[in-house]
Write a protein that binds this ligand. Sequence first.
Ligand code: 3HC
Length: 312
Amino acid sequence: MIKTITMEKNTERLEREFQEKIDNEVKIEPKDWMPDAYRKNLIRQISQHAHSEVIGMQPEGNWITRAPSLRAKKILLAKIQDEAGHGLYLYSAAETLGVSRDTFLQWLHEGKAKYSSIFNYPTLNWADMGAVGWLVDGAAIVNQVSLQKTSYGPYSRAMVRICKEESFHQRQGYEIMTKMARGTKEQKQMAQDALNRMWWPALMMFGPHDSDSAHSSQSLKWKIKRESNDSLRQRFIDKTIPQAELIGLTVPDPDLELQPNGSYKTGEINWDEFWNVVKGNGPCNKQRLAHHKKAHEEGRWVREACLAFAEN
Ligand code: 3HC
């Protein structure tokens, strides 16, 4: 009996010391004591972030062979290569929590792990490459700049590295949209159509409303998240709408209203669509996962060769 009480007291002390470190902005490192729930939350979020980076290569990879110029092809290739690197940094950060990359990929292939809903939408033409860079990477920047201050050391350092490359991704997308919006009538229509299809799914990237977020309150207490889903979403909206107006495009939201404080009031997100896509019923969910599984299988010989070489 006494042993149990002593153990409980010890855990309480460890939890108190842990929260004091968090409150004092001391980074938590892999070898530090941490609550199991903190570890579990990070394994979930970081590995799903990594999956998003890698699966996110598919919609853009679709357009490498059809880029309109050598310059455009080189830029797209560089961007996609960056995303692969982002995935590797994040898998490495997640592995420090005691789970192997193979296990993360198994969870993904078994449908036990998520990736960002945005990548379950198709990319139909070159304007979509602009919209993905401008809106998807634009949203990712808002989210990831905030995550640079996350409490877990390896995740925070991965974010600092990733954010340095993310701005180029957003700028190249906005450059494509600008060129098309100022091009022929057909090109401007393609850019507007891409904005119409990508705007709301980009807002969904920030997750459900704070009131419906299963993890936010604890993630904010542990400073895994530094700002809420809704506040990051609003920051993206307020930054992006002027960019659309500057190139003569219209955000597809009839309820949009610029408020006196300079922030935009928007219409309601279609949360049925969001949860439907998150649950696996989006336009491209099956295709994305099948492609990932096929590529992983086709790459088996490379992994085996590297392991054989490393063991000699
Ligand atoms: N797509 C898929 N699932 C989503 C989602 C989305 N857009 N938004 C939320 N969810 C899921 C959550 O994962 C959680 O499910 P789980 O418990 O099975 O993990 C559930 O919905 C409830 O949502 P919460 O708000 O409670 O979840 P979080 O507190 O984890 O917040 C998040 C969601 C804001 C996405 C947060 O996880 C986060 O900031 N993740 C890191 C950033 C990230 O993953 N971004 C994805 C895009 S990466 C990218 O765009 C790369 C760029 O280079 C192209």
